[in-house]
Design a protein around this ligand. Structure first.
Ligand code: ADP
Length: 285
């Protein structure tokens, strides 16, 4: 499935992505033909059951894994192929990755502020300062001189977000950014991501198992199952694929209203792009 807006080129574009893990004696197809376009400034939540292929998709987008087939373009860079030098260029400028274990994004004995200043790209010197970034993610001033090993898990997560957005990437990839947190801590992280998106224009693609997080981020929700995109929901409508047998997967809310076995009538719509589904009444043929 592919959603594109012709006026603005997508910042992330994936075509025919296939990822096969070769294990002894058998191949596992983790991604089986994924097509995806993400527009600049979008927030996308990748959801789906365990084993669906979410982490694999994120790893391919992050350039951590070379796909078995297909094309990936991020911010105008072609990631397909094994061009490690080009991948480094993209990661150094246009792409930031927030790992699930954020301790890997941070150096524990440095302070919160030093972690932000660390590896600051020369091209950004003078354009943004650490305190401005820490303001965006909402870390109070008194915590900024503290070493990272002594702060709470939630503040560590916010520090990692600050460290990733400090390089002003076009795209932030995040793997389960709230999985180790609860309640107000989850909200602090979703608020930080929302502010980065609003204030810096960062495009965000986040894997999450938590639909409340997707809702809090007002995200476009892409459901992956068995290595394919099954639903793509944004702005109140959901794009789905008609299955090989002609059936159409329903969203949970529609399925709640029209459970299995509900008789419906189908008729062609007013144009070639429309058809109408209506609950059948006693008088329907
Ligand atoms: P998710 O993130 O949605 O839980 P994954 O991308 O981790 O899904 O996994 C997709 C499929 O690929 C699963 O069947 C999983 O068992 C398999 N898989 C993931 N990583 C590996 C690997 N390193 N080697 C072999 N199979 C893997």
């Amino acid at each position: 499935m592919s959603v594109t807006d012709d006026a603005i080129p997508p910042i992330v574009s994936v075509e025919g992505l296939v990822q096969i893990y070769r294990l002894e004696g058998q191949d596992v197809a983790a991604l089986s033909g994924v097509n995806l376009s993400v527009q600049p400034g979008e927030i996308v939540a990748l959801v789906g059951p365990s084993g669906a292929g979410k982490s694999t998709l994120l790893s391919v987008l992050a350039g951590l894994m070379t796909p078995s087939a297909g094309r990936v373009r991020i911010a105008g860079h072609e990631l397909s192929g094994n061009d490690v030098g080009r991948l480094d260029d993209v990661r150094g400028s246009d792409l930031a990755v927030l790992l699930q274990d954020v301790s890997k994004n941070l150096l524990p004995y440095l302070t919160v502020r030093q972690n932000i200043e660390l590896g600051w790209p020369k091209r950004l010197a003078g354009t943004i300062d650490a305190d401005a970034v820490l303001d965006i993610v909402g870390i109070p001033s008194e915590l900024r001189p503290q070493p990272v090993h002594g702060i709470s898990a939630a503040t560590r997560q916010l520090t990692a977000i600050a460290a990733t957005i400090a390089t002003n990437p076009s795209v932030l990839l995040a793997d389960e950014p709230t999985s180790s947190l609860a309640g107000v801590e989850v909200q602090a992280v979703t608020d930080a991501i929302l502010r980065a998106n609003k204030e810096l224009g960062t495009t965000v693609i986040a894997v999450t198992h938590d639909l409340d997080v997707a809702t809090a981020l007002d995200a476009r929700v892409i459901t992956i199952r068995d290595g394919r995109i099954r639903m793509d929901a944004r702005g109140g409508s959901t794009q789905v694929l008609i299955r090989d047998d002609g059936s159409i997967p329903l969203t949970d809310d529609i399925f709640g209203q029209f459970p299995a076995g509900t008789p419906v009538t189908l008729r062609p719509g007013d144009d070639a792009d429309t058809f109408v589904v209506r609950r059948a009444t006693g008088g329907d043929a």
